[in-house]
Design a protein around this ligand. Structure first.
Ligand SMILES: Nc1nc2c(ncn2[C@@H]2O[C@H](COP(=O)(O)OP(=O)(O)OP(=O)(O)O)[C@@H](O)[C@H]2O)c(=O)[nH]1
Length: 343
C-alpha cells in the first residue's frame, strides 16, 4: 500500500434512530476483509451504538479501531475531540482501508466535513462520501416538516408566527450535505407511500445525491464505500441552515439517563415505554436492561413510539448488571414525570 494513498472516510449522518448503527453494522458484516476504523459520536451519556458495534464481533473492525467520542455533538467539538481522534487513528493506521464516522442524530454534518479541509487531515484522508440515513416511516408520518396548511392558518391569524422547527432544520442540513441517501425502514411503508416518500426525498436532497431504499440499512459496500466524492473539495454545493453562523440547534434538545431496576416482565415494561413516549413526545429511547433471572442483557430501542427489544449478549462477569435508558426529546421534556414513570 502506498504511503501517499489517502484513506477514504465516510461520514454517516441521519436523524435520531434512522438506522445509522444498523447500516454501519451491515457494512462491516459485508466488508469483505477491508480493515475499517469507526469513530462514533452519540447524543446522550450511555455509549449504546459503540457497544452494539463492538459486540457484533466482525473481523473487519476490531475493538481497538473503534473510537467513541462522547462529549457532546461532534459538530461542536470538531477541534477538541475529532481532530485528535483522527490524528491518533492515522498514527497507528498504516493498514487501515477505510474510516467510517457515525455522527449523532442531532449533528450537523457540515462543520465536521469542513474539518477534512484542514491541512493536517486533507493530506492523509479524503471524504469518500457523506451518507444520510433517513427513516422513511418518520418522513411519511410528517415528522420533519410542519403541516403547511396548519402553518398558513396560524400565520393568517397572527402574521408574527415564527417558523422555526429544529427537527426540520437538522434533517434538512443532513439531506443537503449527502452524496448518498439511504432511505431506510422501507419495510414499514406500503408500495405507494414508499414511492411517494422516495420521490420527495430525491427532490429535497442535494442535486447529485443518489437515493437507495433499504431494509435494515442493507446496501452493497461497493456502492456505499466507493462514492469517491472528494466531498472536502465540494463544500459550496452543500448548503446549511447554519452557514455563516456559529449558532446550532442542540439547545433545542434534551437528553438524560434513567437507571432502571431489574425487570420481572420486560414485555410489559416495553409496552409502558411506548405509552410514556407518546404521552411525553419523546424522540428516542435506548439502552440495556437487566431482566431478573436472565443471563443476557436486554437491548431496548425506541424511535418515537416504535420499540424493538432483543437479548444482545451475556452480561460479562466484570460488569455490573445495570439497567440504563437514554431518553432524548425536544427541550422541555418533563424529566421528573418520565423518570418516575420509567422506574
Ligand atoms: N422496521 C425497521 N426497523 C429498523 C430498520 N433499520 C433499523 N431499524 C430499527 O430502528 C432502531 C434504530 O436503529 P439504529 O440503527 O440504532 O438507529 P441510529 O440512527 O443509529 O440511532 P441514533 O444513533 O440513536 O440516532 C433499531 O431498533 C433498529 O433495529 C429497518 O429497515 N426497518
Amino acid at each position: 500500500m502506498s504511503a501517499l494513498r489517502k484513506i477514504p472516510a465516510t461520514i454517516v449522518t441521519g436523524f435520531l434512530g434512522a438506522g445509522k448503527t444498523t447500516f454501519i453494522r451491515s457494512l462491516l458484516e459485508n466488508a469483505g476483509g477491508r480493515r475499517i476504523a469507526l469513530v462514533i459520536n452519540e447524543f446522550g451519556d450511555v455509549g449504546v451504538d459503540g457497544d452494539i458495534l463492538k459486540s457484533c464481533g466482525v473481523e473487519s473492525c476490531r475493538d481497538e479501531d473503534i473510537v467513541e467520542l462522547a462529549n457532546g455533538c461532534l459538530c461542536c467539538t470538531v477541534a477538541d475531540e475529532f481532530l485528535p481522534a483522527i490524528e491518533a487513528l492515522l498514527k497507528r493506521s498504516d493498514a487501515l482501508d477505510h474510516i467510517i464516522i457515525e455522527t449523532s442524530g442531532l449533528a450537523l454534518p457540515k462543520p465536521l466535513l469542513k474539518a477534512f479541509d484542514w491541512p493536517q487531515v486533507r493530506a492523509r484522508v479524503t471524504v469518500d462520501g457523506v451518507i444520510a440515513v433517513v427513516d422513511a416511516a418518520a418522513v411519511a408520518d410528517g415528522r420533519f416538516v410542519d403541516d403547511a396548511e396548519k402553518l398558513a392558518a396560524e400565520r393568517a391569524a397572527d402574521p408574527a408566527v415564527a417558523h422555526d422547527n429544529p427537527l426540520e432544520e437538522v434533517y434538512q442540513d443532513q439531506l443537503f450535505c449527502a452524496d448518498l441517501v439511504v432511505l431506510n425502514k422501507i419495510d414499514l411503508l406500503d408500495p405507494d407511500d414508499a414511492e411517494r416518500v422516495s420521490r420527495s426525498i430525491a427532490a429535497a436532497a442535494r442535486g447529485r445525491a443518489k437515493v437507495i431504499a433499504t431494509e435494515e440499512g442493507r446496501v452493497d459496500p461497493a456502492i456505499a464505500l466507493g462514492l469517491e466524492a472528494g466531498a472536502e473539495d465540494d463544500l459550496a454545493s452543500r448548503p446549511s441552515h447554519h452557514d455563516g453562523s456559529e449558532a446550532h440547534d442542540h439547545d433545542d434538545f434534551d437528553s438524560f439517563v434513567v437507571e432502571v431496576p431489574p425487570l420481572a416482565d420486560p414485555a410489559d415494561y416495553v409496552r409502558r415505554l411506548a405509552e410514556i413516549t407518546e404521552r411525553h413526545d419523546v424522540l428516542r429511547m435506548k439502552g440495556f436492561l437487566d431482566v431478573a433471572g436472565k443471563p443476557m442483557r436486554l437491548l431496548v430501542q425506541g424511535v418515537g413510539a416504535r420499540f424493538r427489544q432483543q437479548y444482545d449478549r451475556l452480561w460479562r462477569a466484570d460488569e455490573a448488571r445495570r439497567g440504563r435508558l437514554v431518553v432524548i426529546g425536544q427541550k422541555g421534556l418533563n424529566r421528573d414525570a418520565i423518570e418516575a414513570a420509567l422506574r
